[in-house]
Design a protein. Structure first.
Length: 275
C-alpha cells in the first residue's frame, strides 16, 4: 500500500470487537507519541486536510467523533467551533485523549464506547457525526450507520473518510519500472472479506529502533457494502469524493504522486438524515 508505514505483514484471523479494542490498547502509547511528533505524514499532508475541505461548517454544532483515537483530529474539529464528543473502543486511546484535554482544555467529552453498539446517548443528541479513517477498522459497519442515524437530529449529517475499498484491497501491489518508479496498481482479492491484522510502523519515524509494529485489524468490504450500509440506515447520500493529494503534498512527500496519478487512496462520504 506504501502508506507512510511501508513495512506491512498480514495474518488471517477472525476478529471480534474485543480483539480490536485489545490491539488498539496495545498500540496506544506508541501511536499517540508518533502522531503527536508528526510522523503520520499521510494524516498531516493528505487525509486530514482533504477531510477538512470536504466537511461542511460545524461551528456551533453538537458533533460526535466515531473512533476518535488519541483525539488529534477531534481537537481540530473543536478548534473549528464544534461542541465535540469523542468515542473509541480503546480505553488507552481515550486515556491519551483525556490527558491532553486536561492539559489544554477545549471542552471535549470522551467516552469508551463502540460506534457499532448503542452508545448510551439519547436519540437525536447530535447535529453531526464525523469519523476519520476509522470506520473500515470495525467489524460491523451497518450497525455503525444505524447508531449514527439514531444519534442525529433531523437535518443532521454524517461525514466520514475511509481507505478506498476499490483500491486498498487485501491483494494490492504496485507495478514498478526498473528504477523503482510506480507505473500502475494491481488490485486483487477485491471480494475477499477475510478479516486480517496488518502490522506496520510509521515510515517517517527517524528510527525504528525498539519500536514494536502496530497491529491494526482490517475488515475488507466492497464499495457497495459501504454505500448500501449508509442508505439502508435511512440516510440520503449527498456527496461522495475521492480526493487526490495536492501538488504541495506531493512536493513534500513525493511518494504521494502515485496516489495522485495512478489510483485513489481515500473515499469520503457525506449523508443526511431527512428533516
Amino acid at each position: 500500500m506504501d502508506k507512510s508505514y511501508p513495512k506491512k505483514e498480514h495474518s488471517v484471523t477472525q476478529l471480534s470487537e474485543a480483539d480490536v479494542a485489545a490491539r488498539w490498547n496495545d498500540n496506544a502509547d506508541q501511536w499517540a507519541h508518533d502522531v503527536r511528533q508528526g510522523y503520520d505524514t499521510y494524516r498531516d499532508l493528505f487525509t486530514l486536510p482533504a477531510f477538512l475541505a470536504f466537511l461542511p461548517s460545524i461551528s456551533g454544532l453538537d458533533v460526535i467523533d466515531f473512533g476518535c483515537g488519541e483525539a488529534s483530529n477531534t481537537r481540530r474539529f473543536a478548534a473549528m467551533g464544534a461542541r465535540m464528543t469523542g468515542i473509541d473502543l480503546s480505553e488507552q486511546m481515550i486515556r491519551h485523549a483525556r490527558a491532553i484535554e486536561e492539559q489544554q482544555p477545549l471542552g471535549i467529552h470522551y467516552a469508551i464506547k463502540s460506534y457499532s453498539q448503542n452508545t448510551g446517548f439519547e436519540d437525536a443528541s447530535f447535529d453531526a457525526v464525523v469519523s476519520t479513517m476509522a470506520l473500515m477498522d470495525g467489524p460491523d459497519f451497518p450497525a455503525a450507520m444505524r447508531e449514527a442515524f439514531r444519534l442525529l437530529r433531523p437535518g443532521g449529517f454524517i461525514a466520514f473518510s475511509i481507505l478506498h475499498p476499490c483500491f486498498i484491497t487485501p491483494g494490492l501491489r504496485w507495478q514498478k519500472e526498473g528504477d523503482g518508479r510506480a507505473t500502475g496498481l494491481v488490485v486483487s482479492r477485491y471480494f475477499d472479506q477475510t478479516d486480517f491484522v496488518e502490522r506496520w510502523r510509521f515510515g517517517d519515524r527517524p528510527s525504528d529502533d525498539d519500536v514494536v509494529p502496530f497491529e491494526v485489524p482490517r475488515f475488507p468490504r466492497t464499495i457497495g457494502e459501504y454505500l448500501n450500509g449508509v442508505a439502508d440506515a435511512g440516510f440520503r447520500i449527498v456527496e461522495v469524493r475521492e480526493p487526490q493529494p495536492t501538488a504541495e503534498a506531493c512536493e513534500l512527500a513525493p511518494r504521494f504522486i502515485r496516489w495522485r496519478d495512478l489510483a485513489a487512496f481515500l473515499l469520503m462520504i457525506r449523508a443526511e438524515r431527512s428533516a
